[in-house]
Write a protein that binds this ligand. Structure first.
Ligand code: APR
Ligand code: PHB
Length: 398
């Protein structure tokens, strides 16, 4: 098989890229190791920046998001039993965030891509890359475990295969710098059958640790608790989870958290990671394959969407006008924005989580920072403009 751009991974990065290329008349094939059902049911975050929403709408895949998504004009910071609302819409001149689960976006993207004749090979086994520094890179894979080895010959390969995929290791260690920060804490996440307890997301800093109240639909809520990254979900009975949520989300005004049946729970670890460069020869990394943020700022999917917009413009320039400027500057253009999102996600994580290594002095500084944000328009604006998404910056690229 032959294609112009071979894409590894049918997550947000791979699927969005395939759509963008299709709209430019550029051919692509996606190879995905998981089944379609697995891809469409894996629970992930779901906060979309304005730019990501605009992209989905422009691609014609925003219908269900517009109907079923929740549009939030702000969010709440909670600490010392008090609430402070960040009025995102007012501070950012009309921008807002949309809460719509990532797997629902994936369903919409897969459905639309298959309808337009796109090729997505689900359940691909033994995916490997070859010749990424030559003119004709190839991807080898099997459709079944014992099946014959197939070959996809490409002009370019887009490594959209997440943090553990085979693409990033193809960039030799000698030319690559990996920047990494791990965190001692993780997030215990639950899905609950209950009505929302708040009209917007609540980020709570409490002596017992961070808690987050999010939503999925009028009937299903998403909630998180800071726990030790090495903790075992077996240690967390439903009762223990509810006790912690009640304690960490309490307010002086008597906030009421509505309980319900917990039908999904799990613990995820957190890390910050950046790979520089994001390109080697004819291999381009996008999304989690190149960088990871802790979930506190909800930036993961949005960063993937930003990368592939740069990459699609690069391929468009190459195929339509023989220009390689954007492709050559791919790492530089993407990492500028990525590092700002890394900074924001790290800062939100430090601001909101209890750090067991903090001295009482550092704990008071954390609370003073929250007080400062609550009392300063400039500090609130800084959080709001990052939360809603920094602009794409192509700087002089035509
Ligand atoms: N062969 C083929 N596909 C692979 C392989 C492989 N060897 N390894 C991983 N994949 C697939 C995964 O199964 C997954 O569907 O690549 C896809 C990568 O998708 P994501 O991990 O979602 O990464 P990305 O598309 O960059 O999206 C980034 O979405 O999933 C979230 O936390 C993530 O929020 C972040 C954002
Ligand atoms: C989520 O709803 O899963 C979610 C919301 C906000 C975050 C992270 C995750 O910051």
């Amino acid at each position: 098989m032959r294609t112009q751009v071979g894409i590894i991974g049918a997550g947000p990065a791979g699927l969005l890229l395939s759509h963008l290329l299709y709209s430019q008349g550029i051919d692509s094939v996606i190879l995905e190791s998981r089944t379609r059902e697995e891809v469409e049911t894996t629970i992930r975050a779901g906060v979309l920046e304005q730019g990501t929403v605009d992209l989905l709408n422009a691609m014609g895949v925003g219908d269900r998001m517009r109907k079923e998504g929740h549009f939030h004009d702000g969010f709440e910071l909670r600490y010392n039993g008090r609430s402070h609302r960040i009025n995102v819409r007012e501070l950012t001149e009309g921008k807002r965030v949309t809460v719509y689960a990532q797997h629902e976006i994936l369903k919409d993207l897969i459905h639309a891509r298959l309808r337009t004749g796109g090729t997505i090979v689900f359940g691909a086994k033994n995916v490997s890359l070859d010749g990424v520094d030559t003119e004709k890179p190839t991807i080898r894979y099997r459709e079944e475990a014992e099946g014959e080895l197939r070959e996809l010959t490409c002009d370019f390969i887009a490594g959209c295969d997440g943090f553990h995929g085979p693409s990033r290791p193809m960039i030799p260690q000698s030319v690559r710098t990996d920047y990494e920060r791990r965190y001692a804490h993780g997030w215990l996440g639950i899905l609950v059958e209950a009505p929302p307890s708040a009209s917007e997301l609540v980020y709570a800093n409490h002596d017992r640790g961070f808690a987050l109240l999010s939503t999925r639909s009028p009937e299903i809520q998403r909630m998180y608790l800071q726990v030790d990254a090495k903790d075992d979900i077996a240690n967390w009975s439903d009762d223990r989870i509810w006790n912690e949520l009640h304690a960490r989300l309490e307010t002086r005004e008597g906030f009421q958290l509505t309980e319900g049946r917990i039908f999904q729970k799990g613990i995820v670890s957190m890390r910050s990671f950046v790979c520089d460069p994001m390109q080697y020869g004819r291999l381009f990394l996008a999304g989690d394959a190149a960088h990871i943020v802790p979930p506190t700022g909800a930036k993961g999917l949005n960063l993937a969407a930003a990368d592939v917009q740069v990459l699609a413009r690069g391929f468009e320039g190459y195929y339509k006008a023989g220009k390689t400027e954007i492709l050559q500057r791919y790492t530089e253009i993407c990492l500028k924005r990525v590092w700002k999102a890394e900074r924001f996600s790290y800062a939100m994580t430090q601001l909101l989580h209890r750090n067991p290594e903090h001295s009482p002095f550092e704990r008071r500084l954390q609370l003073a920072e929250l007080e400062y944000i609550a009392s300063s328009r400039a500090a609130s604006l800084s959080i709001a403009e990052n939360y809603v998404g920094l602009p794409m910056d192509f700087e002089g690229v035509s």
